[in-house]
Ligand binder design. Structure first.
Ligand SMILES: [Zn+2]
Length: 134
């Protein structure tokens, strides 16, 4: 299902998710801590070059993420944040491999969520010296 998404709505979801995970809206996020705290089984295996990962949820809500071990560490963190969107906010979850340049609205929404989760606007702006912002 391809639903349009609003950037504000997705950024709001990322903020809510941070609060849900006991983080404030600006501090740096450690995705591995989130995976551990939420008992999300995460496996790193080599996948094809353009694949990033996939996520699955059992009917009992057991969560699983597969991450392509061949992509950079930074991209792996982004992939995990992307998969967290599928696991917690995807309205029509279905098993699929996520690629670097996913073009469906769900993939774009998941990428938008990942960016907002890893680099919240308030946090990024807070890092810029005031003299530059003036
Ligand atoms: Zn995806």
């Amino acid at each position: 299902m391809n639903m349009r998404f609003s950037r504000n709505d997705i950024e709001q979801k990322a903020k809510c998710f941070r609060v849900r995970m006991g983080l404030n809206t600006t501090e740096a996020i450690d995705v591995k801590t989130i995976l551990r705290k939420n008992n999300i089984l995460t496996v790193y295996l080599p996948m094809s070059k353009d694949a990033c990962g996939l996520s699955l949820q059992s009917p009992e809500k057991d969560k699983f993420i597969l991450v392509n071990s061949k992509i950079s560490k930074g991209r792996q963190h982004f992939t995990i944040a992307h998969e967290l969107y599928h696991l917690y906010y995807d309205e029509y979850p279905h098993p699929h491999i996520c690629f670097k340049d996913g073009i469906s609205n769900t993939e774009r929404a998941a990428n938008c969520f990942a960016s907002a989760l890893l680099m919240p606007e308030e946090g990024v702006i807070g890092l810029i010296p005031e003299s530059i912002l003036k």
